[in-house]
Design a protein. Structure first.
Length: 354
């Protein structure tokens, strides 16, 4: 008899992006923000009292939730749940809305954590294939319903492709799917529009945000889920007791309060993203339209796997996802202008274009 659960033994674990320790790289592989956090967030970090570490944090993170409700225009904290990064929130959602032996749906390709969460719950992951242009099929809700799914994870913008499913398409999914639609807006701040108004419009919708990307707080681990109080109340039962530490709560409140800094840094990343996308197209690469802080790129005149290895030799780390749909592409985080110029120089050399 095995000492571990059968479903754990069968599943493959999530593989995070590489965090190298051996040498200096231009790190464009995990979609971290190249700019520092808000000065207000750094001030909150510096001012945090060591004495507070002796005490447990607020288990519900009420000050953070109050601040988030004001920033996002929600009626109150009972519309907000805080988590140890958005991955924690996705885990809580799976615990809350998917029975053991049940099923959840997700697009394919999309965030590779979704099927892992199904496996942890002892549930099935039902992949809804995106079309040749990585668009969501019109019958996505029907496919998920027919497979008995009670939860649909939808990354918007999608990862790793970076494209933005139209709001009208997402509205149809929310209306037609009888379970919970979880709109994962990890990259939402970089997009031209969002679905932050959907929880007020649909009783079955959760929208989640992370502080890892646009707020430059990947190391702090903080995320927020926005939904009707009925859904938030059930998820509160399923979270760990003290899932967000006191220091992170304080830094998160300060970061949320500095929306001007957020918008300035987001605008800088968008400008760099669009410039680099145009330059890569000029090299002959295929670049998917991106509404995120990364680009999904089919290299010119060289296979993606070879380009991935070649860029590493040039000291540039990007992400490569082997597979039928993703194996021809690289996912490239948008760094500073200087970092991206070095990336472009390496891509030109690998493509034999300069």
């Amino acid at each position: 008899m095995s000492l571990w659960r059968d479903n754990i033994g069968r599943m493959a674990g999530y593989v995070p992006g590489e965090q190298p320790q051996d040498r200096r790289y231009i790190k464009l592989n995990t979609n971290e923000n190249p700019y520092p956090p808000s000065p207000r967030a750094l001030a909150a970090l510096a001012a945090f009292s060591g004495e507070r570490l002796r005490l447990y944090p607020d288990p519900a993170a009420d000050v953070l939730r109050d601040t988030a409700a004001r920033v996002y225009g929600l009626p109150g904290r009972d519309w907000v749940l805080a988590g140890n990064g958005s991955d924690d929130l996705l885990t809580i959602g799976t615990r809350t809305f998917v029975d053991q032996g049940g099923a959840l749906a997700h697009p394919e390709p999309s965030y590779s954590l979704y099927p892992v969460l199904a496996g942890l719950q002892g549930a099935r992951a039902v992949a809804v294939p995106l079309d040749a242009e990585f668009a969501l099929p019109a019958d996505a809700a029907a496919q998920a319903t027919a497979a008995g799914c009670s939860l649909f994870f939808l990354a918007r913008p999608n990862a790793p492709t970076g494209n933005l499913f139209p709001r009208a398409v997402v509205e149809t999914l929310c209306r037609e799917f009888a379970g919970v639609v979880w709109i994962d807006e990890a990259y939402g701040d970089f997009a031209p529009d969002n679905c932050l108004d959907f929880p007020a419009r649909f009783p079955n919708v959760v929208v989640s945000r992370t502080f890892s990307k646009s707020y430059s707080l990947a190391g702090a681990r903080l995320g927020l889920a926005l939904a009707r109080p009925e859904l938030i109340g059930q998820m509160l039962k399923a979270k760990d007791s003290y899932n967000v530490d006191a220091l992170t709560q304080a830094v998160g409140v300060a970061a949320l309060a500095d929306q001007a800094y957020l918008q300035d840094r987001v605008a800088a990343i968008r400008r760099t993203r669009d410039r680099v996308a145009a330059a890569l197209v000029g090299l002959g690469c295929v670049v998917c339209p991106s509404a995120s802080n990364f680009l999904f790129v089919k290299p010119a005149r060289i296979p993606a796997a070879a380009a991935f290895a070649g860029l590493r030799e040039h000291g540039v780390l990007v992400r490569y996802f082997p597979g039928d749909r993703t194996g021809e592409y690289l996912r490239i985080t948008v760094g500073t202008d200087e970092e991206m110029d070095l990336l472009l120089a390496a891509m030109r050399e690998l493509a034999g274009a300069g």
